[in-house]
Structures are given as structure tokens and as C-alpha cells.
Write a protein that binds this ligand. Structure first.
Ligand SMILES: NC(=O)c1ccc[n+]([C@@H]2O[C@H](COP(=O)([O-])OP(=O)(O)OC[C@H]3O[C@@H](n4cnc5c(N)ncnc54)[C@H](OP(=O)(O)O)[C@@H]3O)[C@@H](O)[C@H]2O)c1
Length: 359
């Protein structure tokens, strides 16, 4: 019986199948509740609780979540340290991958059954079985990208692409220095720079195990943090000219040391402060080598330049579909074990991405 049903379903186009028996194809919600991992108090573990389904707002879609990427911002939220104010109770997680189960009024080009990724950075709610997201933050993915890869792809690869191409204008053969090169964003930068732009990547990170991974993902060299070794390798590779691009996600002392490796007319991209130390830059240090210092924020592009934001996310999906890049996932945990995922990132035990799987 089950086999016959599978055979029949396999002949029906996916978008015509109502994916979950608890939702009607017209968007009518029949089941009233679902599970979400909730932060009730800062610095306390997330707890699974039941939530009731709310009516969609105009322009929103509802996603049945299959996987959610865990990011540094989620960890900061749990610790009560983000830049923006968080009102508790709060459900973190914003890099969401799953299927559309309901479409609100005014939404075009998205249908029930579509496989999508969403960046729900405003409201989050990704560590849950379902959530609502504004359609402008939802992107269709092809069936060749599985849900876990989708949840590990868009935040870091879109930021890497924006920083490397639009801001630093990276060119083939240039030498680039990447800090925290085994982190989520760092490893995406290594992948795009080495494997798409054929740049010569020097990655730096905290231990040899991470360095081996960075080399394995395409870096020409990967070093553990040692300012003298970093400058020496850069000088060897560049004939003492310095690198053309620095991509920093750490800040603090590591940023200051990496600035010393920057060559004449080089571009220094600031993308984050994993160390939670925002360096103070002495403007005169930019003069001697005519360096350009530039920031990159995907969230800011979303706010002020939505066309670039959408196109860059679609480009990262395209690159993955074509097999040019591949997000690296070091750990996958079930929604029930979401606190383990937070712990791995907060203790610097993760490499690449950590993903929460929702069954
Ligand atoms: N601009 C944007 O649009 C954008 C987008 C995504 C992320 N970000 C930001 O970029 C930063 C990195 O993000 P990510 O996704 O790569 O995070 P991640 O996966 O947690 O990696 C961060 C890495 O930074 C290194 N690190 C150095 N000092 C650290 C410290 N004191 N505490 C923790 N980590 C430290 C660690 O690598 P080692 O152990 O090798 O040192 C760690 O693995 C975060 O600040 C994040 O908010 C910005």
C-alpha cells in the first residue's frame, strides 16, 4: 500500500502535492501548535516549548523548517550580547531552510511546496518546526541542494561574495589573507576566493587541526596565529610586497597584525568581530601603504540596497548548484539538542558551519 502511494506521489509534480496533512493547499491551518527552542532568560539554555500558529501577515510566507544554520549572532543573542535589543521570550536562528506550507496575501512567485532558504534576521525564529518570514528574505533552492547545505550556505557565502567582489574587487591570482579562516564566514571566504576566483589564499586560525582543514578547502597556505610567522609567509609569497586583500572577521589584535601584511593599494575588508574587540585604527597607518579600509554588512545591503542583497544571495545559491563551492558542515544536531550547537560555537570548537536539523 505504502509503495503504491509513493509511486503515485512520484508522478505528481511536487508543487501540486500538499506537503503536510495538517495544512490545506489553500493555506488553511488545521493544526494549532508546533515546537520551538525558546530563550526565556539570557545566559540560560534554550527550552523546547509549544507555540500556537498565528495568522500570516501580508507579504509573509510560512516555512516548514527542515534545517537551520547556527551563527555567531545566535550565540550572542543567547548570551545577551547582540548589538540590537532582544525582547524575551525569543526564538533564535535565522538561516532557515525548508518548504513553503502557506503563502500570505500579496506574495508573488512563491508557492506551497517550494524548497527555500530564508534569512529571517529581523525576527529569527529558526530553531523551530515552522516560522513565518517576509517574502523578500525567501529564496528558492533547487532540489540538488539538500536542506542542511541550504541552511549552511547563504549567510556566509553571500557575505563572502559581497566582500570579495563588490567591496574588494578581488582578481584572479591576487594574494589574500583571511583571518579565522576555519570559522563559518572565514571558510566561505577561503572557498570563494580560492576555488571561484583562483586567488592565492593565506588563512590564519587558532590550531593545526583547523589549519589542515583550511588547506584542504583550497587555501594555498594556512598558519596558526603567530604574528611573525604570518608576516614572514606573506613576505615570502609576495616578494615583500604584502597581500592585495585582507578579509577579517575577528577584530582585536589579530586585525591589527593582519593590517601589517597589507600591501600597496590593498583592500582591507572588515566583516565581523568574533573576538568582541573592535579595534581603534590610527588613520595615519593607512597612509604609508595607501590602504583602503572597508566594511561589509549583508544586513545593511538588505536595508538600503535590496536588489544587490537579493542578487548576491541568488548568486551564492547558483555557485553551490553549479558545484563551484560547497559549504562545510562540521556538526549537525537535532532541534532537541540545540544547546549543544550553541556550546560548540561559543567554545570555538566548531569549524565551518553547525546546523540544527528539524525532523
Ligand atoms: N558582515 C556580515 O554581514 C557578517 C555575516 C556573517 C558573520 N559576520 C560576523 O563575522 C564574525 C565571524 O562569524 P562566523 O560565522 O565565522 O563565526 P564562527 O563560525 O563562530 O567563527 C568565528 C571564529 O573566530 C575565531 N575567533 C577568534 N577569536 C575569537 C574569540 N575571542 N571568540 C570566538 N571566536 C574567536 C575562531 O576561530 P579560531 O579558533 O581559529 O581563532 C572562531 O571559529 C562574527 O562576528 C559574525 O557576527 C558578519
Amino acid at each position: 500500500m505504502a509503495t503504491a502511494l509513493r509511486r503515485i506521489l512520484s508522478r505528481i509534480p511536487a508543487n501540486l502535492i500538499t506537503p503536510f496533512p495538517n495544512f490545506g493547499g489553500n493555506g488553511a491551518v488545521r493544526h494549532a501548535s508546533f515546537k520551538a527552542a525558546v530563550l526565556q532568560e539570557f545566559k540560560s539554555p534554550l527550552k523546547l516549548e509549544k507555540y500556537s500558529v498565528k495568522k500570516l501577515k501580508k507579504g509573509e510566507v510560512r516555512i516548514n523548517i527542515r534545517a537551520c544554520g547556527v551563527n555567531a549572532l545566535d550565540v550572542d543573542i543567547c548570551k545577551g550580547e547582540p548589538n540590537k535589543e532582544i525582547k524575551l521570550p525569543f526564538v533564535p536562528g535565522y538561516e532557515i531552510c525548508g518548504e513553503i506550507i502557506e503563502v500570505g496575501s500579496g506574495v508573488k512567485d512563491i508557492a506551497v511546496g517550494d524548497r527555500v532558504v530564508a534569512l529571517n534576521k529581523e525576527k529569527c525564529f529558526g530553531f523551530a518546526e515552522q516560522c513565518s518570514v517576509p517574502a523578500q528574505d525567501v529564496f528558492k533552492i533547487p532540489s540538488s541542494i539538500d536542506f542542511k547545505s541550504g541552511a549552511a550556505l547563504v549567510e556566509t557565502y553571500s557575505t563572502a561574495l559581497l566582500g570579495l567582489t563588490r567591496r574588494a574587487e578581488l582578481k584572479e591570482g591576487q594574494v589574500i589573507l583571511v583571518t579565522a579562516a576555519a570559522g563559518g564566514l572565514g571558510l566561505a571566504v577561503v572557498d570563494v576566493a580560492a576555488n571561484v576566483y583562483k586567488a592565492k589564499v593565506i588563512g590564519v586560525c587558532s590550531n593545526e587541526e583547523k589549519a589542515a582543514l583550511v588547506r584542504d578547502r583550497g587555501a594555498w597556505a594556512a598558519l596558526t596565529y603567530d604574528p611573525k610567522a604570518m608576516l614572514k609567509t606573506v613576505n615570502e609569497v609576495t616578494n615583500c610586497k604584502g597581500v592585495s586583500v585582507v578579509f577579517d572577521t575577528v577584530g582585536g589584535e589579530i586585525f591589527e597584525e593582519s593590517l601589517k601584511c597589507a600591501g600597496h593599494e590593498s583592500k582591507v575588508v572588515i566583516a565581523g568581530f568574533a573576538s568582541h574587540q573592535v579595534p581603534k585604527i590610527i588613520a595615519s597607518s593607512l597612509l604609508s601603504t595607501s590602504i583602503s579600509l572597508m566594511g561589509v554588512s549583508l544586513a545593511h545591503y538588505r536595508a538600503v540596497n535590496p536588489e544587490v542583497y537579493r542578487n548576491i544571495v541568488l548568486d551564492s545559491i547558483d555557485m553551490c548548484e553549479q558545484g563551484l563551492v560547497k559549504p562545510y558542515i562540521s556538526s549537525t544536531v537535532d532541534l532537541e539538542d540545540v544547546n549543544k550547537a550553541i556550546e560548540l560555537i561559543s567554545e570555538r570548537k566548531s569549524t565551518g558551519k553547525v546546523v540544527v536539523k528539524v525532523s
